[in-house]
Design a binder for this molecule. Structure first.
Ligand code: 5AD
Ligand code: FES
Length: 342
């Protein structure tokens, strides 16, 4: 079955189900995923410098620690100057992609975001700007693109309508989420999507739906991570998503989408001290260290016990370099564009 997935990049639902539930296949699955990753990308691991520009959000996603109903957290937004300062530090450390991520914050109008993108591109023309700012109109996506942003992350979170409703309030819809993703593609972005693993009420069938949706979208980047409960949310008492299932899905994604850029996420590193290394060995080829000012990191609390919230940018860079090397890979400091559209 793993061979079939490797050569045809596809499997039947019932076969995917066996791969997902049977742990005796894990070793072979990870090995094959690593071999495909090495065929396409060698031992390269790409760096993305993550700048968390605001933890204000107008949405009330039930799982997320910075959702608008949480009155217990302190809110912050970075100034343009602070954002540019993060880029300056990051550039010095070898970062050539900056990811501006934030809640859906009405303060950051299109005009403000475009101005920030333009300035980053002027000062660092050899860098890529990635946005992760949620659902916007097609016009806004176009304006950001015209200003110089070239990549956009927007996880679909779950591709099953009934499951989506259990995780989100009524004013949010899976339909709009999907529309945004296709708008982004049509605008010309390199698009990233993805989902949480082990989110509340999730079934194996839901995960298979997620894979099917990604096959339709054909994203360039795919970010997945385990669900982790967040304080002051209705899911605060639930358990983490499984490390093993997340690793299995990374491997399956690598075999389905040989060219994808797949991060070993911070959430993976949060559920296990070796999580990101294991993610790389299961087929991931991107790491996204935090470049946000240290004083704000703890406030960008999507979930509890997030790692790297107390480290300086330079410490994270050094730490990751060692971790990536110990896992048997090598950090490269170019822009790390997708090798081929998938
Ligand atoms: N656990 C894990 N991941 C989460 N995210 C949001 N809340 C949580 C949580 N409690 C993820 C979502 C979002 C990304 C920025 O963080 O998938 O798209
Ligand atoms: Fe941030 Fe290790 S990557 S401290």
């Amino acid at each position: 079955m793993i061979n079939k997935l490797k050569t045809t990049h596809n499997l039947l639902d019932k076969e995917l189900k066996v791969l997902l539930v049977d742990n005796s296949v894990n070793e072979e699955l990870f090995k094959q995923a690593d071999s495909v990753r090495r065929e396409v990308y060698g031992d390269a691991v790409y760096l993305r410098g993550l700048i968390e520009i605001t933890n204000y959000c107008k949405n009330g996603c039930y799982y997320c620690g910075i959702n608008c109903t949480n009155r217990k957290i302190e809110r912050y937004r970075l100034t343009k100057k602070e954002i540019l300062n993060c880029c300056k530090q990051g550039y010095g450390l070898g970062y050539r992609t900056f990811v501006l991520q934030g809640g859906e914050d009405v303060f950051f109008t299109d005009e403000k975001i475009c101005d920030i993108i333009c300035t980053i591109k002027q000062e660092y023309p050899d860098c890529a700007v990635t946005l992760s700012l949620g659902e916007k109109s097609r016009g806004s996506y176009q304006a950001f693109f015209n200003a110089g942003a070239e990549r956009y992350f927007l996880r679909h979170e779950t591709a099953t309508e009934s499951h989506y409703k259990k995780l989100h309030p009524d004013n949010l819809s899976l339909e709009n989420r999907k529309k945004c993703l296709f708008d982004l593609k049509e605008t010309g972005y390199q698009v990233g999507s993805g989902f949480m693993v082990g989110s509340p009420y999730q079934t194996v069938e839901n995960l298979i739906e997620d894979l099917r949706f990604l096959q339709k979208l054909k994203p360039d980047m795919i970010g997945i991570g385990p669900f982790i409960p967040a304080k002051n949310t209705r899911f605060e008492k639930l358990k983490n998503g499984s490390l093993t299932v997340t690793l299995k899905l990374i491997a399956i994604l690598r075999l389905m989408f040989p060219y994808a850029l797949i991060p070993a996420t911070t959430a993976l590193g949060t559920v296990s001290p070796e999580g990101r290394e294991l993610g790389l060995k299961a087929g991931a080829n991107v790491v996204m260290p935090n470049l946000s000012p240290v004083g704000y990191r703890k406030l960008y609390s999507l979930y509890d016990n997030k790692i790297c919230t107390g480290e300086e940018a330079a410490e994270c860079r050094g730490c990751l370099e060692r971790r990536v090397q110990n896992a048997g890979y090598r950090i490269v400091t170019d822009r790390g564009d997708v090798k081929k559209s998938i």
